[in-house]
Design a protein around this ligand. Sequence first.
Ligand code: CTP
Length: 421
Amino acid sequence: MPKPLEGKTVVVGLTGGIACYKAAELVRALVRGGASVRVMMTAAAREFITPLTLQTLSGHPVATEIFNLTQESQIGHIHLADRADALIVAPATANCIGKIAGGLADDIVTTVILATKAPLLMAPSMNVNMYENVVVQENLERLRSRGVRIIEPGEGFLACGWEGKGRLADTEVLVAEVERAVTRRDLAGQRVLVTAGPNREAIDPVRFISNRSTGKMGFALAAAAWRRGAEVVLIAGPTSLATPHGVQRIDVASAADMHHAVRKNIGTATVLLMTAAVADYRPAHVAAQKLKKGSGDMQLDLVRTVDILADVAAHKGERIVVGFAAETEAVLENAQRKLEAKKLDLIVANDVAGSDTGFAVDTNAVTIIDRSGGREDVPLMTKGEVADRILDRVAASIHKPTAKRPARAPRAKFRTQRRSN
Ligand code: CTP
């Protein structure tokens, strides 16, 4: 499966704001992601950064004029508008937002926008008072209501000296939004609950039992599900990974916390992806104070935790439930056994003994097994690509014509169902 931006043409429009220097980073990130990037700049944007910088980073001539014969023959505005798979204006000034809201087209950026049918994203960046001005907010609302994706600015110190909302969104956020704009939304209307990472079972206030999971596979799944149009809640054990853009994250530590969070959020979830390496045992007693060592050995009594997946799958209804089997031997046999025992729709068998298929690495190779015994071997690739392969199977089950489950979930938000123990 290609990366989300591979084979896609992304047109980046720069309008005149200090954040133009960050657009250079955006162009570079989009090119690195595999996109063919075409840049267009207003005269005001050229006061902040030169076309040469963006031409060098994008590898293509930059469009700056509408009435320039040479440019028009090489990179005509209609050509740009037609070729775009997505168009992003970053930074988008209040002036540009106002012009687009009002249907004006008096420079290359606004003209191409008016002529394109591609998805349009706008990333405002300006002084906080300007951003909060009622006219700007009204214009943004008008654009939103017409289907333009407005990428909210961040808060912080602004180049103008003020502090507040108005900073251009981070490059990773802009890239994630563009990736989503060019991706087929085959999970639109789905509510996907993902668990990821390890658990920590406390022994005393300073010690715990845990495992080697880092959560990378689950975080990749959460990011990919959002990109494909799903509403995503990610229940994460302790990990240092950044929350994927667009995903709602709930942090937990122990298996009991994770069980509680899953119960609380499973209500209207249409898909559960249980990637977490749930602790199977916890210390029978948690010492209130740090345990002191004695001269001899020490025994730790462990008791079983709840099997979250088996508990949830027991009343799964129409929900698609996917388990993950982390194994070091008899990988497929063990996975098949878990699929049946836990009554899952799919299980992803993962040999975690391999140096590039286990914990803490960015690659994986798995076998996806379905309830009818069908198997798909997914060879070594990035965890992001593996995530898409798994979601292809999930999407196929949702859209199967004979399946009884609805293609779209009812419109309720995630909500609390029952509370667990
Ligand atoms: N799982 C769970 N609750 C547990 C243990 C596991 O929900 N207490 C889930 C995991 O998230 C995973 C699947 O069950 O999706 C299989 O987990 P794995 O650790 O591979 O297997 P176990 O069922 O724990 O069996 P074993 O330890 O014998 O391998």
